[in-house]
Structures are given as structure tokens and as C-alpha cells.
Design a protein around this ligand. Structure first.
Ligand code: 6AU
Length: 262
């Protein structure tokens, strides 16, 4: 049987059982984009402006909604409207890490009500499988999906070896899990997607441990599905639209190369 990495996104979407993943692959194929924007900006106006300008070039808009200092319910409404306008999915990068009962409260309630609007979120499995079950109780009825942090991109990260393997086991066993944050394809047992942060075309890292690898390394060689790019696209002196186009092109070329369409 062909590895999932050898199949097109369109084919994987057709064969996938999860409606959210089907929608994601369809969007990727239609927009010819395996690029997710990490919109780590701290005001509502900046976030909305960035989402609107870069929206046409991405398949997933990733936020850290708790860094927006003037967050309000209207921001969520506007983000939902932009996701619909640009046909992309919303991913709030919560990195939940507590007991099942606690994460249920964090995911479904509080100020941010993440489960009401974010199609995707993620968690660490350090507390054990109960964290997945707690999040699933809230997210499954809403058709949401979860990514497990099987690896991280930062220097000295501790998610390696047996811990990463445990993530893979838990992902295979839980229908609410749609994939991983990590640097490569992890399993052929079912079609779990990989989204990879720490992607950059120029810089090699930042002063706080972030490490960048190229789309070619991540998508063509390692079999990851989606590149997550933040500061490579926006920031001082950068033309966000031009950079988003460049990363989209690099990510898509790396995917075509993987399929052998040189
Ligand atoms: O491209 P950058 O370095 O500006 O942004 C990378 C984004 C940030 C991080 O919080 C996130 O990706 N991230 C994650 C995620 C997505 O879970 C995991 C990780 O290991 N490294 C990482 O950078 O929003």
C-alpha cells in the first residue's frame, strides 16, 4: 500500500473519514496551499488585518488568542467571517496540558470559548490519555479536531523517543485526534496529518531557542503535510503578502517534489 505521503491531498481527502480533515485537504488542494500562518500578534486590529491580507494564500489560520490584549467576542465573529471568506480553517494553539476535567473547562469555557470557533486545537499528553478524553467530550460533538505535540521545534526539547512513540499510540487509538505537531510523518496506520512549525527560508532560529528548517526538508524529505510559518511572513520590514506567496510556493513545490512531479 502506498504511503500516505505518496498520495495527493485530494485523494487523502476523498478517503478520509473525518469531515474536518476532508474539508482541510479539499481547501489545500483548491488553494494549492499547505501553508498555515502563525499569526502571533497582540492586537485585534493587527490580527484581523494580517488574517485578511494573508488569508488567500493559507489553508489554516493559527492563533494564540490569549496574546491579543484587546480580545473581545467581536474578534471571534470577525475571525470566523474571515475564515469563511478565505476558506481556511482556524487553529488556536492552546497547547493544553492539564487533567481531563480541567482542560474541559479551559477548552469549552472561560473568556475565549475556544471550542466554539477553533476547528483545531492541540495538547501535550504529559497528563496521560485523560487529557484527550476531556477535550474530546467538548470538541467531538462540535466536529472539532485535536493535534498532539509529538515533538517540538525548539532547541533542547524533551518530546523525543518513547514519549513521541506514546503520542503516536494515543493518536491512533483516539478518533478525536486528527494528527500531530512534529517534524515528520509518524505512522501509516491511519491518515494522521502532521503540521510543522519552525519553518523558515532564511533565518536559522531566534534568540529563545526556535530552530528553522526549510519546506523542502520538512515536506519533501520528512513527509510532513502542512508548514506553519509566523515571523518569516510578517514583522518589521516584511511585505506579508509577498512572503506568504513565497512560502506557499515553496511549500507546494516541496509537496509536488514529494509526489515525484519534478
Ligand atoms: O514561525 P515562528 O517561529 O514565528 O512561529 C512559530 C509558531 C509559534 C509557536 O507557538 C508555534 O509555531 N510552535 C508550535 C505549535 C504550533 O504548536 C510548536 C513548536 O514546537 N514550535 C512552535 O514554534 O506560534
Amino acid at each position: 500500500m502506498a504511503s500516505f505521503s505518496q498520495k495527493t491531498y485530494a485523494q487523502r481527502g476523498e478517503e478520509h473519514a473525518h469531515p474536518l480533515v476532508k474539508a482541510l485537504f479539499a481547501t489545500m488542494e483548491r488553494k494549492q496551499s499547505n501553508l498555515s500562518l502563525a499569526a502571533d500578534v497582540s492586537s485585534k486590529a493587527e490580527l484581523l488585518a494580517l488574517a485578511d491580507t494573508v488569508g488567500p494564500y493559507i489553508c489554516v489560520l493559527k492563533t494564540h488568542i490569549d496574546v491579543v490584549s484587546d480580545f473581545d467576542a467581536d474578534l471571534v465573529k470577525q475571525l470566523q467571517a474571515l475564515a469563511a471568506k478565505h476558506v481556511c480553517l482556524s487553529f488556536d494553539d492552546c497547547k493544553f496540558g492539564d487533567l481531563g476535567n480541567t482542560v474541559k473547562l479551559q477548552y469549552g469555557g472561560g473568556i475565549y470559548r475556544i471550542a466554539d470557533w477553533a476547528h483545531i486545537t492541540n495538547c501535550h499528553v504529559i497528563p496521560g490519555e485523560g487529557i484527550i478524553q476531556g477535550l474530546a467530550e467538548v470538541g467531538m460533538p462540535k466536529g472539532r479536531g485535536l493535534l498532539l505535540l509529538a515533538e517540538m521545534s525548539s532547541a533542547g526539547m524533551l518530546a523525543t523517543g518513547a514519549y513521541t512513540d506514546k503520542n503516536v499510540e494515543m493518536a491512533i487509538a483516539n478518533d478525536f485526534v486528527i494528527g500531530f505537531i512534529g517534524s515528520r510523518r509518524f505512522t501509516e496506520e491511519r491518515d494522521l496529518i502532521t503540521m510543522t512549525p519552525g519553518v523558515g527560508l532564511h533565518a536559522s532560529g531566534d534568540a529563545l531557542g526556535q530552530q528553522y528548517r526549510t519546506p523542502k526538508k520538512i515536506v519533501t524529505e520528512n513527509g510532513s503535510d502542512i508548514i506553519i510559518v509566523g515571523r518569516g511572513i510578517y514583522g518589521p520590514g516584511k511585505d506579508a503578502v509577498a512572503e506568504a506567496k513565497r512560502y506557499r510556493e515553496a511549500g507546494w513545490t516541496a509537496y509536488l517534489d514529494r509526489l515525484g512531479h519534478k
